[in-house]
Design a protein around this ligand. Structure first.
Ligand code: NAI
Length: 220
């Protein structure tokens, strides 16, 4: 199955489908119609069909979707049948919170190490992993074939650290630093800005409130 042509918008929706299907699977549900999936996910049934058609459908007329099959296929498209070895750079509040979040491992993202430049943190155990000095980062990445780095450091150091990671074979960066990284195009970067999501929430609260004022009672 070739997913080169699939739009980023569709790819962006796949993790959510994957999550919901995983929950259905855990509940022992074997099949689901696109209408039922639509009701649970609050996405139109036609959107679901359109999205899945990008990958050849998965559904059977009058039968719906096989939950486990769909879950596995979407996981495969997302590349989750492989495991990924991951390190965290920056053992502060955010780095420690992510390191302590066990659920990533369920998805095949294996936490291998955590690094910081602050000597006071060296040796401190975070989920049974000692914080290592940055001087060890390059050799660690190479020796352990680490493919993903999570950047939870301030923007001042992030560009330089990203270059060092790329020079040592990292394939993807999950970037929480508030700066655009300048990396070669074969390196995948996923920028995460929690505040963007919060601003979207603020916008939607405002929009909802102004619509309710314009059309009183419409929200009931
Ligand atoms: P923090 O101050 O608790 O931790 C930062 C850690 O990074 C410290 O332990 C520090 O020693 C280390 N560090 C700094 N420069 C480094 C370098 N060049 N190499 C290795 N280690 C280095 O900060 P916190 O709360 O964990 O946040 C980390 C960064 O993430 C901040 O810059 C913050 O702006 C950003 N952030 C981004 C969010 C997002 O949604 N994108 C959300 C929260 C924080």
């Amino acid at each position: 199955m070739d997913n080169k042509e699939i739009s980023q918008a569709v790819i962006g929706r796949l993790p959510r489908y994957f999550r919901y299907l995983g929950e259905l699977k855990d509940e022992g549900i074997e099949r689901i119609s696109s209408q039922e999936l639509s009701d649970i996910m609050k996405v139109t049934a036609s959107q679901i069909r359109q999205d899945f058609n990008n990958f050849g459908g998965f559904g059977q007329q009058g039968y719906g979707y096989k939950v486990e099959y769909l879950y596995e296929e979407i996981g495969r498209i997302l590349g989750l049948e492989k495991t990924h070895d991951l390190i965290i750079i920056g053992a502060g509040n955010l780095g420690q919170a992510l390191a302590n979040y066990m659920n990533f491992e369920r998805r095949g993202f294996l936490f291998r190490g955590i690094f910081d430049q602050n000597p006071e943190l060296y040796g401190k155990k975070i989920r049974n992993m000692e914080v290592r000095p940055m001087e060890e980062m390059e050799s660690f990445v190479k020796q352990n074939e680490i493919d993903i780095a999570v950047l939870t450091i301030p923007k001042a150091g992030a560009v330089k650290v990203a270059e060092r990671l790329v020079d040592n074979g990292i394939k993807g960066i999950w970037n929480f630093a508030h700066v655009d990284l300048n990396v070669p195009k074969e390196i995948q970067v996923e920028n995460v800005h929690l505040s963007d999501s919060l601003m979207k929430l603020a916008y939607n609260i405002n929009r909802y409130e102004s619509e309710s004022i314009q059309t009183p009672g419409s929200s009931l």
